[in-house]
Write a protein that binds this ligand. Structure first.
Ligand code: SF4
Length: 357
């Protein structure tokens, strides 16, 4: 587990005022991209049990004025300190009031000539017109699910209607994204985020909603954020979630999105949890008694083998026939993980000792 995403602060002077702003290094493939990542407002009218911004909790709160945000972001971009912005918010007053201010901020920024990446998280319960506008001016749009279903919303005091405020809005956003992509007007993608371990949700519930997001709504990414207790919240004494749970969920997420796996494929224990000791792809292969001929099966079968990723599978197809272990290794196959599931020309190579040399 490598945490490649890091925060740092930058101080920038804008119109005689100094602003210290948070910069987030986001992963984009093999490189990191600095984003100006902030909340439009940290004033919130809601009191979700797990959240640092819940109303009534004593904390430092701020809000950006839309033009002030745009000027600071533009200056950071011109100074080559950022390559994009990520704008979310707490729910100040109501969802539409909040999202209107976010949109105004991004419109100001675009009008100044900012052409880089914009990721906007809009509020649950936002009206259709505002979701449409947010998608038009962003590269990515998201609505946080936070918890995987209605039952957990009640448990965590999220006074939202899960079906109306979350699922319906996600469907609207997905439709907008699809329309814009078809018209080649923008590269907008949909994403969402789930808190892991705040409630007593199971991995199966999280993977079920992730499956729906990826396969029905064609989401670009589902993020998982492991719960850590925050002082002066009702959950301050709850244990932080095990980082391995977040990591395994990310693995399942990529298997859903990139490898065409579905909820039904995963292996759960009696409590509908993943086995944190093992790679979920390995457990699927073991359950299905997977055996794939490296020289004759297609791409879809090759990527089911643990230790073989998308790029490696493509390289195998291009390098056939594969005649020795060295070639397989040089193509990027992790032999230790892959070998129990590989056969060559009909011969199972459990230890790869019978390989044709
Ligand atoms: S999760 Fe969102 S709506 Fe709930 S208290 Fe935090 S900022 Fe407000």
């Amino acid at each position: 587990m490598v945490n490649r995403q890091k925060w740092f602060n930058l101080t920038v002077s804008c119109e005689h005022e100094k602003h210290t702003v948070p910069i987030f290094r986001a992963c984009a493939g093999s490189r990191t991209v600095p984003l100006f990542k902030t909340l439009m407002s940290s004033y919130c009218k809601n009191d979700c049990k797990f959240c640092a911004m819940r109303c009534g909790r004593r904390t430092v709160r701020n809000r950006w004025e839309p033009m002030e945000f745009a000027k600071v972001a533009y200056k950071l971009w011109k100074m080559r300190k950022i390559e994009g912005v990520f704008l979310s918010s707490s729910v100040e007053r109501d969802p539409d009031f909040t999202v209107e201010r976010q949109i105004e901020a991004i419109e100001n920024l675009r009008n100044m000539g900012f052409t880089e990446y914009v990721h906007m998280r809009v509020m649950p319960g936002t009206s259709k017109e505002l979701i449409k506008r947010a998608a038009e001016i962003s590269d990515r749009i998201g609505i946080n699910i936070e918890l995987p279903n209605k039952g957990h919303y009640e448990d965590m005091k999220l006074y939202l209607n899960f079906v109306q405020d979350i699922l319906k809005r996600l469907r609207w956003a997905a439709k907008e994204v699809e329309r814009l992509q078809k018209e080649d007007k923008c590269k907008a993608g949909l994403n969402s985020q789930i808190i892991v371990g705040a409630s007593d949700e199971t991995d199966k519930e999280i993977i079920e909603i992730s499956d729906w997001l990826y396969h029905k709504l064609k989401a670009q990414r589902v993020y998982y954020s492991r719960f850590t207790p925050i002082k002066n919240t009702p959950l301050e004494n709850k244990k932080p979630e095990n980082p391995w749970r977040e990591y395994r969920l990310y693995q399942t997420s990529f298997l859903l999105r990139d490898y065409s796996f579905h909820l039904k494929d995963f292996v759960f224990n009696d409590n509908d949890r993943l086995d944190l000791r093992h790679d979920p792809k390995f457990l699927i292969a073991e359950k299905e008694e997977l055996m794939v001929d490296i020289n004759s099966e297609g791409f879809k079968e090759l990527i089911k083998i643990p230790g073989i990723g998308l790029k490696t599978a493509q390289k195998i197809l291009e390098s056939r026939p594969i005649r020795d272990i060295r070639t397989l290794k040089s193509l990027g196959v992790i032999l230790k993980r892959a070998s129990p599931f590989i056969e060559v020309n009909g011969i199972h190579q459990s230890k790869l000792t019978r390989w044709i040399n």
